[in-house]
Every structure is written in C-alpha cells, then in structure tokens.
Ligand binder design. Structure first.
Ligand SMILES: N[C@@H](CCC(=O)N[C@@H](CS)C(=O)NCC(=O)O)C(=O)O
Length: 214
C-alpha cells in the first residue's frame, strides 16, 4: 500500500495537475475518487479533511495538503528530481506567472461551483454558461500563446517540463471538452501535443484514471 493517497476526480483539472507532477517525479500513489457530479466534495466526511470542499487533496504519510499549485510545489521541494521550477528567482517568477494565468485567472472562473451559481442563483441558460466558460479560457490563452510562441519549445519554457506546462494539458482538455476552436492558439496546441507524448503526462490524462466514465 502506498503512503500517498490522492483524493481527486478523473475530470478535475486541478487533480490532473497533481497526477502529472506525481508521475513526473516517479512517485507511487493511490487514488480515491470524489464524485464531483454527485456532489461528494460537499460531504461531511470529505469536508473534515478539506474544509474547502474541493479536490485535489493529497495525503502524504501523516500529512495532508490541498490546493493543486501548493501541492505541486510541495512535491517539487520534497522530491526535487526532475525540477519543475527554474534555477533563478526570475525564472521561477516567470514560470509561476504563466502557471497562474491558468490556475488563478482561468480555472476558478470556470469551476463547477461557479457554473452552478450562474445557473441557479443568476438564472443563466446553458448557452450563456458555455459562452462564459469559453470566454475565460480565451482571455487566458491569448497571453499564454504569446509566451509559447517565444519559447524555443517543445514546452512553454524550452525543453524542460515546468509547473506552467503541468497546468496546460488539463486546461486544453477542458477547452476541447467544450468544443473550443483552438485555431488561434497553434503554439499552445503544439506544446500540449509535446506534453502528451511524455509517458508520465499521458498516464495522468482523465481517460486513463480508474474512475473514468466512458
Ligand atoms: N485552486 C484550487 C481549485 C480546486 C478546485 O476548484 N477543484 C475543483 C475540481 S477541478 C472542484 O473540486 N470543484 C468542486 C466544486 O466546485 O464544487 C486548486 O488548484 O486545487
């Protein structure tokens, strides 16, 4: 039995980030599925562990961590090989800034609870909600595309997978799931393709998870 247990959900993009990091570090872990469709994130049992009622939650031995970016940085500091951040303060700031375009400026606006709120409290119909969803992805993808165009590739900061890259495939997955036209973002499509060719990244994809629905 592994000392690491990831509470997540196959389609959770924040849990997907943590799966990528664990796989890149070569760390074994088990998974417990928190069914977001059924509202299991709000169950008293899960909220005892994470009062925020969100996945992912990573238990590592006798410690538990929430917030995907904090988890990935915890893993990076605890298991430094391969490194996911830069060597200098400047590199680290740039990598974190790119990661946060997705983690702070796209993803939270498109989260399950936000979409639910738009529907129930704000009375929006599905077309309006879908337009909202895609709008915030486009807003974040524009500056990220510029960054990716300047990178020598194949990834967002050259030939090393960083925290910023870890955030990309989950967000691309969401974009494709909502049938977003990605024609305006060729450099992001190319970086995502290169990332998905990495076995550790590929193994983290939603369809490969034990709780994946067909
Ligand atoms: N900033 C948090 C976001 C976590 C988050 O929003 N998780 C989503 C799944 S991707 C969730 O649990 N949503 C449930 C809900 O909104 O009720 C992180 O990076 O871990």
């Amino acid at each position: 039995m592994s000392e690491r247990l990831l509470y997540g959900y196959w389609r959770s993009s924040a849990a997907y980030r943590v799966r990528i990091a664990l796989n890149l570090k070569g760390l074994d872990y088990e998974q417990t599925s928190i069914d977001l469709k059924k509202g299991a994130q709000g169950s008293p049992g899960f909220k005892m562990m994470n009062p925020q009622g969100l996945v992912p939650l990573l238990v590592d031995g006798d410690k538990a961590f929430n917030q995907s970016m904090a988890i990935v940085e915890y893993l990076d500091e605890t298991y430094p090989d391969p490194p996911l951040l830069g060597q200098t303060p400047e590199e680290r700031a740039r990598i974190r800034a790119a990661a946060q375009i997705i983690g702070c400026d796209i993803h939270p606006l498109d989260n399950v609870r936000v979409l639910k709120y738009l529907k129930t409290e704000m009375g929006q119909d599905q077309d309006a909600i879908d337009a909202w969803y895609l709008h915030w992805i486009r807003e974040g993808f524009r500056p990220l595309e510029e960054l990716a165009e300047r990178s020598p590739g194949p990834y967002l900061f050259g030939d090393r997978i960083t925290l910023a890259d870890i955030c990309l495939p989950p967000q691309m997955y969401n974009a494709r799931r909502f049938r977003m036209d990605l024609e305006a973002f060729p450099a992001l499509v190319a970086a995502d393709k290169a990332l998905m060719e990495n076995e550790a990244v590929k193994a983290a994809r939603p369809e490969a998870q034990p709780d994946a629905e067909t």
